[in-house]
Design a binder for this molecule. Structure first.
Ligand code: PEP
Length: 253
């Protein structure tokens, strides 16, 4: 069975002490994960080392950065490079989140450059994609998201693709409390998997985890994750509340 993942995206929330407490509250629950289940905490840069120290003795628990530079190193004030993340033993990095695409003008090309740097350094990208409301209303979401995949991912070798996690996040569902129905989620996840199958073969498509993101909550996670092509979730708001995120982890297949 491919990996089932509960990934938290704290975004730009919580002080250091609040972050420590949230992690403690979640880890104190001593959640048992199965072989194929992963829990990943996407925390702000200044908290990466603290979070990594807390989870690094736990099997199947990891920490992710929420972004990285598309430049290798040099005079890019304020940027954080992939090599810096690697040097503090971070193993995952969220890239292409819709908030970065929208507020920081990240293009599919920028994201593909980040992807290459991450994979080159041995880190695993959590690649976000998803359509805005206008595209969903026009009914062209499949083509829209396929283009995001083609322009950022499909230059990869089949070997590199194995180290990528995809997070499908319809923008109209992020932070809005409006969740895609299980039918909507399953339909587009299955479509994306079929696109990957056409490009890389069925085995590669069957092996890649595709997470759903967009108002995943404790009370809808089980239903969403039960869809055959939904392999867990990327969770914003609900990942900031320990009891809720614990329930979401427990909802993994
Ligand atoms: C996200 O941050 O990727 C996200 C899906 O947020 P939320 O769960 O709050 O909708």
């Amino acid at each position: 069975m491919r990996q089932q993942i509960a990934a938290a995206n704290w975004k730009m929330n919580l002080t250091y002490v609040e972050g420590q407490q949230l992690l403690k509250d979640i880890l104190d629950e001593n959640i048992e994960t199965t072989e194929n289940q992963l829990v990943i905490f996407g925390v702000p840069f200044p908290y990466l080392m603290m979070a990594n120290e807390k989870v690094n003795t736990l099997k199947n628990f990891y920490v992710a950065a929420q972004n990285c530079s598309n430049k290798k190193s040099g005079a890019y004030t304020g940027e954080v490079s992939v090599d810096m993340l690697k040097s503090i033993n971070i193993q995952y990095c969220i890239i292409g989140h819709s908030e970065r695409r929208e507020y920081f003008n990240e293009s599919n090309l920028d994201i593909s450059e980040k992807l290459d740097l991450l994979l080159g350094a041995g880190l695993k990208p959590i690649f976000c994609c998803g359509e805005p409301l206008s595209i969903r209303e026009a009914g062209t979401q499949n083509e829209y998201v396929e283009k995001q995949l083609r322009e950022s991912l499909f230059h990869l070798s089949a070997e590199d693709l194995k180290n990528v996690v995809i997070a499908y996040e319809p923008i109209w569902a992020i932070g809005t409390g409006k969740t895609a129905t299980t039918e909507q989620a399953q339909e587009i996840h299955a479509y994306l998997r079929s696109v990957i199958a056409k490009q890389y073969g069925q085995e590669a498509a069957d092996g890649i985890s595709i997470l759903y993101g967009g108002s995943v909550k404790a009370n809808n996670a089980k239903e969403l994750f039960s869809c055959p092509d939904v392999d867990g979730g990327l969770v914003g708001g609900a990942s900031l509340v320990a009891v809720d995120f614990v329930e979401i982890i427990k909802a993994l297949k």
